[in-house]
Write a protein that binds this ligand. Structure first.
Ligand code: G3I
Length: 347
């Protein structure tokens, strides 16, 4: 049984894919993508810096390849992401007349960015993470240049431009730590604000970069219910579970110190011990039992990477960590966690 078969009556099962997997045409990887998953997100290749590197240059070469791979395999395609303060092109906040950029000029750029990209993929990309990470941890708006210049209206406009360019596409607000009460309430405020103005939003994307203990199943359940009550679908868009200690609890506050040979921060450089494999499997099992219970509210669960070797967590916050976040190991073999996830729908 594959993931997409096992969960076909529950929600889509997605995977984030990078350009390397396409360009190096690693057949084993593309086969695994196609056999296990029915939704695909571009992990990097649709971000502003890659797809719109200069004001008048759009580069669809890599994103086209991802869309083709998805279409060939009947996968739902998620565009990630239209407006984000990170992985931006350097020109975006630089005014053409050399002054500080005005709201009007920036807004024109956002409009062109969204209309061109969403328009280009109209009918081929099924859903967009329209705005990504616009909240601070306390639930207030993130003080990014988008907000400082455009106010909260930048979010409204982004959704309107996306809807105008492809009325058939699903539109999401996407962020991390969306389970904590403060940030959850911030996201609910965004959803309600859009809805009260008649602006289309179809889902909230809960990134789900989680660990073995956090967040708790109870808190995840509360969030699922509260988001669903606003009338949007809940998407778990970037699921991975780190088995390593949080870098923010580093013995020294200096995260620039290499973790590579630091046994405290990188405790399993030669492979994950059985006991931790089991812990990870148990954690995934509890999470999927909860997802199954609320499958009427959940549209999709996407893993942030195909296998452990491709997880961004290996390089976070600096290179040299060895993490084991996903359902397939570095040899692309299913882990204990894979079986645990599949077993949640077997009985
Ligand atoms: O493209 C360059 C390449 O030319 C260079 O040789 C190579 C070596 O340094 O780096 C490549 O860029 C990397 C890029 O991914 C593409 O692979 C960057 O260094 C690397 O920092 C970047 O990381 C991505 C990260 O976003 C950047 O913020 C991760 O792969 C990606 O998983 C991660 O995804 C984000 C989501 O978009 C939003 N939510 C959080 C999530 C995790 O940070």
């Amino acid at each position: 049984l594959t993931l997409k078969e096992a969960f076909k009556d529950k929600f889509l099962m997605g995977v984030a894919v990078n350009r390397y997997q396409i360009n190096q045409s690693n057949q084993e990887e593309t086969d695994l993508i196609a056999s296990q998953f029915n939704a695909l997100t571009a992990e990097n290749d649709m971000k502003w810096m890659y797809i719109h590197p200069e004001e008048n240059t759009f580069n669809f070469e890599q994103s086209d390849k991802l869309v083709e791979l998805a279409q060939k395999n009947d996968m739902f395609v998620v565009g990630h992401t239209l407006v984000w303060h990170s992985q931006l092109a350097p020109w975006v906040f630089k005014s053409n007349n050399g002054d500080t950029i005005s709201n009007e000029e920036l807004n024109g750029r956002i409009k062109k960015h969204i209309s061109t990209i969403v328009g280009n993929y109209k009918g081929r990309i099924d859903a967009w993470d329209v705005v990504n990470e616009a909240l601070e941890e306390d639930g207030s708006y993130r003080k990014s240049p988008f907000y400082k210049i455009g106010g909260e209206a930048f979010i409204e406009k982004a959704f309107q431009y996306a809807n105008a360019a492809d009325p058939g596409a699903e539109l999401y607000y996407n962020d991390y730590n969306l389970i904590t009460p403060e940030k959850r309430n911030g996201a609910i405020r965004i959803i309600n604000n859009l809805k009260s103005k008649g602006i289309k939003i179809d889902g909230v994307g809960v990134q789900a970069h989680w660990s073995l203990n956090e967040p708790s199943i109870e808190d995840i359940e509360t969030a699922i219910k509260m988001y669903s009550e606003t009338g949007v679908k809940v998407m778990f868009t970037e699921l991975d579970i780190s088995v390593l200690p949080s870098p923010w609890n580093a013995p020294t506050a200096d995260v620039s110190v290499s973790f590579e040979n630091n046994p405290t921060m990188n405790p399993y450089p030669n492979g994950l011990p059985d006991s931790v494999q089991t812990q990870l499997a148990k954690r995934y099992e509890e999470i999927f039992k909860l997802f199954n219970k609320h499958s009427d509210k959940i549209g999709r669960v996407t893993f942030w990477g195909l296998h452990d070797g491709l997880s961004w967590k290996n390089n976070f916050p600096i290179r040299g960590r060895t993490d084991y976040t996903l359902l397939f190991d570095r040899g692309m073999k299913p882990k204990k966690a894979f079986n645990a996830v599949i077993n949640t729908v077997k009985d």
